[in-house]
Design a protein around this ligand. Sequence first.
Ligand code: COA
Length: 423
Amino acid sequence: MSKALDGIKVLDFTHVQSGPTCTQLLAWFGADVLKVERPGVGDITRGQLQDVKGADSLYFTMLNHNKRSITLDTKNAKGKEVLTRLIQTCDILVENFGPGVLDRMGFSWEKIHAINPKMIVASIKGFGPGPYEDCKVYENVAQCTGGAASTTGFRDGLPLVTGAQIGDSGTGLHLAIGILAALNQRNATGKGQRVTAAMQDGVLNLCRVKLRDQQRLAHGPMTEYSQYGEGVPFGDAVPRAGNDSGGGQPGRILKCKGWETDPNAYIYFITQAPVWEKICDVIGAPEWKTDPDFAKPVARLPRLNQIFGRIEDWTMTKTKFEAMNELNAHDIPCGPILSMKELAEDQSLRDTGTIVEVDHPKRGKYLSVGNPIKLSDSKTEVTRSPLLGEHTEEILSAVLGFSAAEIAAIREAGALDPAPKRA
Ligand code: COA
Protein backbone atom coordinates (compact mmCIF):
# COMPACT_ATOMS: atom_id res chain seq x y z
CA MET A 1 0.00 0.00 0.00
CA SER A 2 1.29 3.49 -0.79
CA LYS A 3 1.79 6.05 1.99
CA ALA A 4 0.52 9.61 2.23
CA LEU A 5 4.03 11.11 2.25
CA ASP A 6 5.73 8.69 -0.16
CA GLY A 7 8.63 10.37 -1.94
CA ILE A 8 9.10 13.10 0.67
CA LYS A 9 12.57 13.26 2.22
CA VAL A 10 13.09 14.85 5.62
CA LEU A 11 16.45 16.10 6.87
CA ASP A 12 15.84 15.50 10.56
CA PHE A 13 18.01 17.66 12.79
CA THR A 14 15.79 17.16 15.81
CA HIS A 15 16.66 15.96 19.29
CA VAL A 16 15.06 15.25 22.68
CA GLN A 17 11.24 15.22 22.37
CA SER A 18 9.52 18.11 20.61
CA GLY A 19 11.17 17.86 17.19
CA PRO A 20 11.39 14.04 17.13
CA THR A 21 7.63 13.87 17.79
CA CYS A 22 7.10 15.84 14.58
CA THR A 23 9.50 13.87 12.38
CA GLN A 24 8.27 10.53 13.74
CA LEU A 25 4.76 11.49 12.66
CA LEU A 26 6.02 12.42 9.18
CA ALA A 27 7.81 9.04 9.05
CA TRP A 28 4.61 7.27 10.05
CA PHE A 29 2.84 8.99 7.18
CA GLY A 30 5.49 7.56 4.84
CA ALA A 31 8.23 10.20 4.59
CA ASP A 32 11.86 9.04 4.43
CA VAL A 33 13.28 10.63 7.58
CA LEU A 34 17.07 10.92 7.75
CA LYS A 35 18.10 11.72 11.30
CA VAL A 36 21.42 13.56 11.41
CA GLU A 37 23.27 12.97 14.68
CA ARG A 38 26.54 14.08 16.14
CA PRO A 39 29.21 11.35 15.70
CA GLY A 40 29.82 9.34 18.84
CA VAL A 41 27.13 11.19 20.79
CA GLY A 42 23.86 11.21 18.90
CA ASP A 43 20.59 12.45 20.27
CA ILE A 44 21.25 12.97 23.98
CA THR A 45 18.14 10.98 24.90
CA ARG A 46 19.76 7.76 23.64
CA GLY A 47 21.57 7.65 26.96
CA GLN A 48 19.03 9.35 29.23
CA LEU A 49 16.86 7.36 31.66
CA GLN A 50 18.47 4.15 30.40
CA ASP A 51 16.75 1.05 31.74
CA VAL A 52 18.69 -1.61 29.78
CA LYS A 53 22.46 -1.31 29.93
CA GLY A 54 24.02 -0.68 26.53
CA ALA A 55 20.69 -0.20 24.76
CA ASP A 56 19.12 3.04 23.55
CA SER A 57 16.67 4.31 26.17
CA LEU A 58 12.91 4.00 25.77
CA TYR A 59 12.91 7.81 25.75
CA PHE A 60 14.80 7.66 22.45
CA THR A 61 13.27 4.57 20.88
CA MET A 62 9.69 5.73 21.48
CA LEU A 63 10.29 9.02 19.62
CA ASN A 64 12.40 7.85 16.69
CA HIS A 65 10.63 4.95 15.03
CA ASN A 66 10.72 4.53 11.25
CA LYS A 67 13.76 6.81 10.83
CA ARG A 68 17.25 6.25 9.41
CA SER A 69 20.28 7.55 11.32
CA ILE A 70 23.37 9.16 9.79
CA THR A 71 26.20 10.47 11.94
CA LEU A 72 27.74 13.65 10.63
CA ASP A 73 29.88 16.38 12.19
CA THR A 74 28.30 19.45 10.68
CA LYS A 75 31.03 21.70 12.05
CA ASN A 76 33.64 19.82 10.01
CA ALA A 77 34.38 21.20 6.50
CA LYS A 78 33.65 17.88 4.77
CA GLY A 79 30.61 17.45 7.01
CA LYS A 80 29.30 20.79 5.74
CA GLU A 81 29.67 19.53 2.16
CA VAL A 82 27.59 16.48 3.03
CA LEU A 83 25.03 18.66 4.78
CA THR A 84 24.81 20.86 1.68
CA ARG A 85 24.12 17.75 -0.41
CA LEU A 86 21.44 16.68 2.09
CA ILE A 87 19.79 20.10 1.79
CA GLN A 88 19.84 19.81 -2.01
CA THR A 89 18.27 16.36 -1.83
CA CYS A 90 15.62 16.70 0.88
CA ASP A 91 12.21 18.40 0.84
CA ILE A 92 11.98 19.40 4.48
CA LEU A 93 14.49 20.28 7.19
CA VAL A 94 13.18 20.00 10.74
CA GLU A 95 15.18 21.26 13.72
CA ASN A 96 14.71 22.13 17.36
CA PHE A 97 18.18 23.34 18.24
CA GLY A 98 18.65 26.08 20.78
CA PRO A 99 18.25 29.61 19.40
CA GLY A 100 20.94 30.56 16.85
CA VAL A 101 22.52 27.09 16.53
CA LEU A 102 21.73 26.60 12.84
CA ASP A 103 23.11 30.08 12.03
CA ARG A 104 26.28 29.32 14.00
CA MET A 105 26.64 26.10 12.01
CA GLY A 106 26.71 28.32 8.91
CA PHE A 107 23.28 27.32 7.62
CA SER A 108 20.96 30.31 8.01
CA TRP A 109 17.50 30.25 6.41
CA GLU A 110 18.82 32.51 3.64
CA LYS A 111 21.68 30.12 2.90
CA ILE A 112 19.45 27.03 2.94
CA HIS A 113 16.89 28.78 0.73
CA ALA A 114 19.67 29.69 -1.73
CA ILE A 115 20.92 26.07 -1.80
CA ASN A 116 17.42 24.63 -2.27
CA PRO A 117 14.59 27.13 -2.86
CA LYS A 118 12.04 24.32 -2.61
CA MET A 119 13.09 23.26 0.88
CA ILE A 120 10.68 23.79 3.78
CA VAL A 121 12.60 24.70 6.94
CA ALA A 122 10.66 23.93 10.09
CA SER A 123 11.81 24.96 13.57
CA ILE A 124 10.68 24.63 17.14
CA LYS A 125 11.93 27.16 19.66
CA GLY A 126 10.87 27.82 23.23
CA PHE A 127 9.55 31.30 22.51
CA GLY A 128 8.63 33.31 19.46
CA PRO A 129 10.22 36.70 18.69
CA GLY A 130 10.28 38.92 21.77
CA PRO A 131 12.04 39.25 25.09
CA TYR A 132 12.64 35.52 25.59
CA GLU A 133 13.53 34.47 22.05
CA ASP A 134 17.10 33.56 22.98
CA CYS A 135 16.14 31.23 25.84
CA LYS A 136 16.53 27.47 25.81
CA VAL A 137 13.34 25.73 26.87
CA TYR A 138 12.25 22.32 28.12
CA GLU A 139 8.76 20.89 28.59
CA ASN A 140 7.93 22.23 32.02
CA VAL A 141 9.24 25.70 31.22
CA ALA A 142 6.76 25.79 28.34
CA GLN A 143 3.93 24.56 30.56
CA CYS A 144 4.74 27.31 33.06
CA THR A 145 5.10 30.10 30.51
CA GLY A 146 2.19 29.02 28.30
CA GLY A 147 -0.55 29.30 30.93
CA ALA A 148 -0.94 25.60 31.76
CA ALA A 149 0.72 25.58 35.19
CA SER A 150 -1.04 28.66 36.56
CA THR A 151 -4.40 27.10 35.74
CA THR A 152 -3.65 23.49 36.77
CA GLY A 153 -3.93 22.19 40.34
CA PHE A 154 -6.11 23.16 43.26
CA ARG A 155 -6.88 26.71 44.32
CA ASP A 156 -5.04 26.41 47.62
CA GLY A 157 -2.04 24.51 46.21
CA LEU A 158 1.03 25.15 44.06
CA PRO A 159 0.74 25.59 40.28
CA LEU A 160 1.10 22.13 38.74
CA VAL A 161 2.59 20.74 35.54
CA THR A 162 0.70 17.96 33.80
CA GLY A 163 2.02 14.54 32.79
CA ALA A 164 0.81 15.11 29.22
CA GLN A 165 3.79 16.55 27.32
CA ILE A 166 1.86 19.43 25.83
CA GLY A 167 4.97 21.60 25.46
CA ASP A 168 7.13 19.06 23.67
CA SER A 169 4.88 16.56 21.92
CA GLY A 170 2.13 19.19 21.61
CA THR A 171 4.41 21.62 19.79
CA GLY A 172 5.80 18.81 17.63
CA LEU A 173 2.26 18.14 16.43
CA HIS A 174 1.69 21.84 15.77
CA LEU A 175 4.86 21.92 13.69
CA ALA A 176 3.79 18.87 11.67
CA ILE A 177 0.54 20.60 10.75
CA GLY A 178 2.49 23.67 9.58
CA ILE A 179 4.81 21.50 7.49
CA LEU A 180 1.93 19.75 5.75
CA ALA A 181 0.31 23.12 4.96
CA ALA A 182 3.62 24.41 3.56
CA LEU A 183 4.02 21.25 1.47
CA ASN A 184 0.60 21.83 -0.03
CA GLN A 185 1.42 25.48 -0.79
CA ARG A 186 4.68 24.35 -2.40
CA ASN A 187 2.69 22.20 -4.78
CA ALA A 188 1.17 25.42 -6.14
CA THR A 189 4.13 27.83 -5.88
CA GLY A 190 7.12 25.52 -6.21
CA LYS A 191 8.70 27.42 -3.31
CA GLY A 192 9.70 26.38 0.17
CA GLN A 193 9.08 28.53 3.23
CA ARG A 194 9.88 28.74 6.92
CA VAL A 195 7.57 27.10 9.43
CA THR A 196 8.05 27.96 13.08
CA ALA A 197 6.23 26.82 16.20
CA ALA A 198 7.10 28.19 19.62
CA MET A 199 6.45 25.98 22.63
CA GLN A 200 4.89 28.84 24.60
CA ASP A 201 2.47 29.46 21.72
CA GLY A 202 1.64 25.77 21.41
CA VAL A 203 0.83 25.45 25.12
CA LEU A 204 -1.22 28.64 25.08
CA ASN A 205 -3.15 27.34 22.09
CA LEU A 206 -4.01 24.22 24.09
CA CYS A 207 -5.02 26.40 27.05
CA ARG A 208 -7.39 28.59 25.06
CA VAL A 209 -10.36 27.92 27.34
CA LYS A 210 -8.42 29.59 30.14
CA LEU A 211 -7.84 32.72 28.06
CA ARG A 212 -11.57 32.60 27.40
CA ASP A 213 -12.16 32.54 31.16
CA GLN A 214 -9.70 35.36 31.78
CA GLN A 215 -11.99 37.62 29.75
CA ARG A 216 -15.18 36.27 31.34
CA LEU A 217 -13.85 37.31 34.76
CA ALA A 218 -14.51 40.95 33.88
CA HIS A 219 -18.22 40.17 33.65
CA GLY A 220 -18.78 38.54 37.03
CA PRO A 221 -17.95 35.28 38.80
CA MET A 222 -17.66 32.12 36.74
CA THR A 223 -20.52 30.10 38.07
CA GLU A 224 -19.33 26.69 36.85
CA TYR A 225 -16.16 26.92 38.99
CA SER A 226 -16.50 25.08 42.33
CA GLN A 227 -15.26 28.15 44.18
CA TYR A 228 -18.41 30.00 43.10
CA GLY A 229 -20.61 27.51 45.00
CA GLU A 230 -18.19 27.67 47.92
CA GLY A 231 -18.54 31.44 48.14
CA VAL A 232 -14.82 32.08 47.50
CA PRO A 233 -14.35 35.36 45.61
CA PHE A 234 -12.43 35.40 42.32
CA GLY A 235 -9.19 37.39 41.93
CA ASP A 236 -8.04 39.17 38.80
CA ALA A 237 -6.53 36.11 37.05
CA VAL A 238 -8.02 32.73 36.13
CA PRO A 239 -7.73 30.51 39.23
CA ARG A 240 -6.75 26.87 39.43
CA ALA A 241 -9.95 24.85 39.27
CA GLY A 242 -8.97 21.40 40.49
CA ASN A 243 -10.88 18.83 38.49
CA ASP A 244 -13.75 21.11 37.52
CA SER A 245 -14.77 20.66 33.92
CA GLY A 246 -13.44 23.36 31.58
CA GLY A 247 -16.71 23.42 29.66
CA GLY A 248 -20.30 24.30 30.39
CA GLN A 249 -21.22 20.88 31.83
CA PRO A 250 -20.03 20.53 35.45
CA GLY A 251 -17.82 17.50 36.13
CA ARG A 252 -15.67 16.06 38.93
CA ILE A 253 -13.45 13.10 39.73
CA LEU A 254 -15.31 10.85 42.17
CA LYS A 255 -14.27 7.91 44.32
CA CYS A 256 -15.23 4.39 43.28
CA LYS A 257 -15.16 1.08 45.14
CA GLY A 258 -11.62 0.32 46.30
CA TRP A 259 -10.38 3.92 46.36
CA GLU A 260 -8.91 3.39 49.85
CA THR A 261 -6.16 1.15 48.45
CA ASP A 262 -6.18 1.72 44.67
CA PRO A 263 -4.85 5.18 43.69
CA ASN A 264 -6.78 4.99 40.41
CA ALA A 265 -10.20 3.79 41.64
CA TYR A 266 -11.94 6.96 40.49
CA ILE A 267 -14.24 8.05 37.68
CA TYR A 268 -14.77 11.38 35.94
CA PHE A 269 -18.47 12.13 36.08
CA ILE A 270 -20.17 14.83 34.00
CA THR A 271 -23.59 16.12 34.98
CA GLN A 272 -24.57 16.85 31.39
CA ALA A 273 -27.83 18.80 31.37
CA PRO A 274 -29.69 16.72 28.72
CA VAL A 275 -29.31 13.54 30.82
CA TRP A 276 -29.92 15.11 34.25
CA GLU A 277 -33.13 13.16 34.83
CA LYS A 278 -31.39 9.87 34.03
CA ILE A 279 -28.62 10.79 36.47
CA CYS A 280 -31.19 11.39 39.19
CA ASP A 281 -32.76 7.97 38.55
CA VAL A 282 -29.43 6.09 38.40
CA ILE A 283 -28.11 7.51 41.68
CA GLY A 284 -31.45 7.10 43.44
CA ALA A 285 -32.40 10.77 43.74
CA PRO A 286 -35.58 10.95 41.60
CA GLU A 287 -36.91 13.84 43.73
CA TRP A 288 -34.21 16.13 42.24
CA LYS A 289 -35.96 15.92 38.84
CA THR A 290 -38.70 18.25 40.05
CA ASP A 291 -37.09 20.02 43.03
CA PRO A 292 -36.60 23.69 41.95
CA ASP A 293 -33.16 23.70 43.65
CA PHE A 294 -31.93 20.93 41.37
CA ALA A 295 -34.14 20.63 38.30
CA LYS A 296 -32.46 23.33 36.17
CA PRO A 297 -28.69 23.73 35.45
CA VAL A 298 -28.55 27.29 36.79
CA ALA A 299 -30.16 26.25 40.08
CA ARG A 300 -27.60 23.45 40.44
CA LEU A 301 -24.47 25.59 40.05
CA PRO A 302 -24.28 26.86 43.66
CA ARG A 303 -24.95 23.30 44.91
CA LEU A 304 -22.30 21.34 43.03
CA ASN A 305 -20.56 20.11 46.19
CA GLN A 306 -23.84 18.70 47.50
CA ILE A 307 -24.71 17.17 44.11
CA PHE A 308 -21.34 15.53 43.52
CA GLY A 309 -21.28 14.34 47.14
CA ARG A 310 -24.55 12.48 46.53
CA ILE A 311 -23.36 11.08 43.21
CA GLU A 312 -20.16 9.91 44.90
CA ASP A 313 -22.21 8.02 47.49
CA TRP A 314 -23.42 6.03 44.47
CA THR A 315 -20.09 5.68 42.60
CA MET A 316 -18.43 4.40 45.80
CA THR A 317 -20.70 1.36 45.66
CA LYS A 318 -19.33 0.40 42.19
CA THR A 319 -15.95 -0.28 40.67
CA LYS A 320 -15.00 2.35 38.09
CA PHE A 321 -15.78 -0.12 35.29
CA GLU A 322 -19.17 -1.11 36.77
CA ALA A 323 -20.02 2.57 37.12
CA MET A 324 -18.97 3.27 33.55
CA ASN A 325 -21.06 0.41 32.18
CA GLU A 326 -24.16 1.53 34.05
CA LEU A 327 -23.74 5.20 33.15
CA ASN A 328 -23.00 4.49 29.49
CA ALA A 329 -26.20 2.47 29.26
CA HIS A 330 -27.98 5.78 29.99
CA ASP A 331 -25.75 7.95 27.77
CA ILE A 332 -24.29 9.68 30.81
CA PRO A 333 -20.76 10.93 29.93
CA CYS A 334 -18.06 9.56 32.24
CA GLY A 335 -14.58 8.07 32.15
CA PRO A 336 -12.69 5.78 34.52
CA ILE A 337 -9.25 6.95 35.62
CA LEU A 338 -7.08 4.45 33.74
CA SER A 339 -3.57 3.73 34.98
CA MET A 340 -0.66 3.32 32.55
CA LYS A 341 -0.67 -0.37 33.53
CA GLU A 342 -4.30 -0.70 32.47
CA LEU A 343 -3.64 1.13 29.21
CA ALA A 344 -0.59 -0.99 28.45
CA GLU A 345 -2.71 -4.13 28.90
CA ASP A 346 -5.74 -2.86 26.94
CA GLN A 347 -6.32 -5.23 24.02
CA SER A 348 -8.48 -2.80 22.04
CA LEU A 349 -5.62 -0.25 21.96
CA ARG A 350 -3.31 -3.00 20.67
CA ASP A 351 -5.85 -3.96 18.03
CA THR A 352 -5.99 -0.42 16.60
CA GLY A 353 -2.21 0.09 16.67
CA THR A 354 -2.47 2.87 19.25
CA ILE A 355 -0.18 0.78 21.43
CA VAL A 356 2.32 -1.39 19.56
CA GLU A 357 4.94 -3.94 20.51
CA VAL A 358 8.27 -3.36 18.79
CA ASP A 359 11.37 -5.56 18.69
CA HIS A 360 14.80 -3.99 19.14
CA PRO A 361 18.13 -5.78 18.61
CA LYS A 362 19.65 -4.47 21.85
CA ARG A 363 16.66 -4.28 24.21
CA GLY A 364 14.26 -6.92 22.88
CA LYS A 365 10.51 -6.32 22.84
CA TYR A 366 9.03 -3.14 24.25
CA LEU A 367 5.76 -1.25 24.08
CA SER A 368 5.32 2.07 22.35
CA VAL A 369 2.58 4.45 21.44
CA GLY A 370 1.77 3.98 17.76
CA ASN A 371 0.30 6.54 15.39
CA PRO A 372 -2.78 8.07 17.04
CA ILE A 373 -3.91 9.44 13.66
CA LYS A 374 -5.40 6.79 11.40
CA LEU A 375 -5.49 7.21 7.62
CA SER A 376 -7.59 4.68 5.72
CA ASP A 377 -5.31 4.66 2.66
CA SER A 378 -1.96 5.08 4.41
CA LYS A 379 -1.54 2.52 7.15
CA THR A 380 1.19 3.04 9.72
CA GLU A 381 3.62 0.20 10.28
CA VAL A 382 5.83 1.02 13.24
CA THR A 383 9.44 -0.10 12.82
CA ARG A 384 12.18 0.19 15.43
CA SER A 385 14.33 3.26 15.93
CA PRO A 386 17.76 3.23 14.28
CA LEU A 387 21.01 2.57 16.11
CA LEU A 388 23.40 5.52 16.11
CA GLY A 389 24.79 5.91 12.59
CA GLU A 390 23.20 2.66 11.44
CA HIS A 391 22.47 4.07 7.99
CA THR A 392 25.42 6.42 7.47
CA GLU A 393 26.98 4.51 4.56
CA GLU A 394 23.60 3.67 3.03
CA ILE A 395 22.48 7.31 3.04
CA LEU A 396 25.80 8.62 1.73
CA SER A 397 25.79 6.20 -1.19
CA ALA A 398 22.17 5.36 -2.03
CA VAL A 399 20.55 8.71 -1.19
CA LEU A 400 23.33 11.23 -1.83
CA GLY A 401 25.20 9.31 -4.54
CA PHE A 402 28.71 9.50 -3.04
CA SER A 403 31.17 6.96 -4.40
CA ALA A 404 33.08 4.59 -2.10
CA ALA A 405 36.22 6.71 -2.56
CA GLU A 406 34.33 9.89 -1.67
CA ILE A 407 32.89 8.26 1.44
CA ALA A 408 36.37 7.16 2.45
CA ALA A 409 37.58 10.77 2.04
CA ILE A 410 34.70 12.10 4.15
CA ARG A 411 35.52 9.58 6.84
CA GLU A 412 39.22 10.38 6.61
CA ALA A 413 38.40 14.05 7.18
CA GLY A 414 36.78 13.11 10.52
CA ALA A 415 33.25 14.08 9.52
CA LEU A 416 31.64 10.74 10.34
CA ASP A 417 33.37 9.21 13.32
CA PRO A 418 34.25 10.62 16.74
CA ALA A 419 37.49 12.59 16.71
CA PRO A 420 40.34 10.27 17.78
CA LYS A 421 41.16 10.57 21.49
CA ARG A 422 44.34 12.49 22.30
CA ALA A 423 47.04 10.47 24.05
N1 COA B 1 27.55 18.08 14.41
C1 COA B 1 28.19 19.04 15.11
N2 COA B 1 27.62 19.78 16.07
C2 COA B 1 26.32 19.53 16.32
C3 COA B 1 25.58 18.54 15.64
C4 COA B 1 26.26 17.80 14.64
N3 COA B 1 25.65 16.84 13.95
N4 COA B 1 24.33 18.54 16.12
C5 COA B 1 24.28 19.48 17.07
N5 COA B 1 25.49 20.07 17.20
C6 COA B 1 25.86 21.14 18.13
C7 COA B 1 25.21 22.44 17.70
O1 COA B 1 25.92 23.05 16.66
C8 COA B 1 25.23 23.21 19.01
O2 COA B 1 26.51 23.76 19.23
P1 COA B 1 26.77 25.34 19.52
O3 COA B 1 25.96 25.68 20.73
O4 COA B 1 28.24 25.39 19.74
O5 COA B 1 26.33 26.12 18.35
C9 COA B 1 24.96 22.08 20.01
O6 COA B 1 25.36 20.87 19.41
C10 COA B 1 23.47 21.87 20.30
O7 COA B 1 22.98 22.95 20.95
P2 COA B 1 21.51 23.00 21.55
O8 COA B 1 20.47 22.64 20.57
O9 COA B 1 21.38 24.36 22.14
O10 COA B 1 21.51 21.82 22.63
P3 COA B 1 21.47 21.90 24.23
O11 COA B 1 21.61 20.48 24.68
O12 COA B 1 22.43 22.88 24.75
O13 COA B 1 19.97 22.41 24.54
C11 COA B 1 17.57 22.38 24.30
C12 COA B 1 18.86 21.55 24.42
C13 COA B 1 16.44 21.38 24.06
C14 COA B 1 17.33 23.13 25.61
C15 COA B 1 17.69 23.36 23.12
O14 COA B 1 18.02 22.65 21.95
C16 COA B 1 16.42 24.15 22.85
O15 COA B 1 16.08 25.10 23.56
N6 COA B 1 15.70 23.79 21.76
C17 COA B 1 14.51 24.51 21.33
C18 COA B 1 13.33 24.23 22.18
C19 COA B 1 13.01 22.78 22.30
O16 COA B 1 12.79 22.08 21.35
N7 COA B 1 12.97 22.32 23.57
C20 COA B 1 12.40 21.05 23.90
C21 COA B 1 13.29 19.94 23.70
S1 COA B 1 12.33 18.50 24.04
